[in-house]
Write a protein that binds this ligand. Sequence first.
Ligand code: HEC
Length: 189
Amino acid sequence: MQGLRSWCGWSKILLLGISLGLLFYLYFLSAQAPKIEAAEEGSAKKGDPAAGEKLFFDTEGLGGLACVNCHKVKGKGADVGPDLSKVGEKPLDYLHESLVKPSAYIVPGYEVLEIKTKDGKTYQGIKKGETDTELKFIDVTDPDLKLTALPKDQVASVTPQPESFMFSFDKLLKEDQLNNILAYLQTLK
Ligand code: HEC
């Protein structure tokens, strides 16, 4: 009996735990759903482009995640990802997807390449040109994103990877920050 009673006690606790978990999950879903809908329905128009621009260049607030560390706008920024000076010509849905699901579509030429050398080294890089004798790429495993050149006769294989080097900003930005950035990107034409 003792065993049965303590099992009943445990099962109640377990049941309570499961119900609470389910409740939190439902709450989470309902909190998430409007966010995605809102952005897709064009609420970015309600975003503040000036605040978005500030965030784009904010290497202090966003640290290494700041867009300007990888993108250039009107001559300012870095060349790791594509130049965004005219990205506002693209549809809002596409811009939204680029931010929250970057690997869904990878801009041609900006794939992360796995480069293996004949002496057994492996690099991960985004190609930045080549000459007759050299392959140039940004080493994405290097904290300073250094431009690296490898003699072509040392390269054994080059394989594009399915994941974008850009990470998803879905969880990194608050809803209003995401809308502000989208509003700013839409002004870039
Ligand atoms: C660590 C580097 C990095 C950071 C930081 C970064 N991106 Fe990117 N981004 C990339 C790369 C690389 C690509 C190209 C590959 C791809 O399509 O996913 C890209 C692609 C994009 C595209 C698609 C461009 C096109 O021409 O279609 C947009 C839009 C974009 N990024 C916006 C942003 C914004 C806005 C931020 C800041 C909130 C940001 N990115 C932060 C690396 C980065």
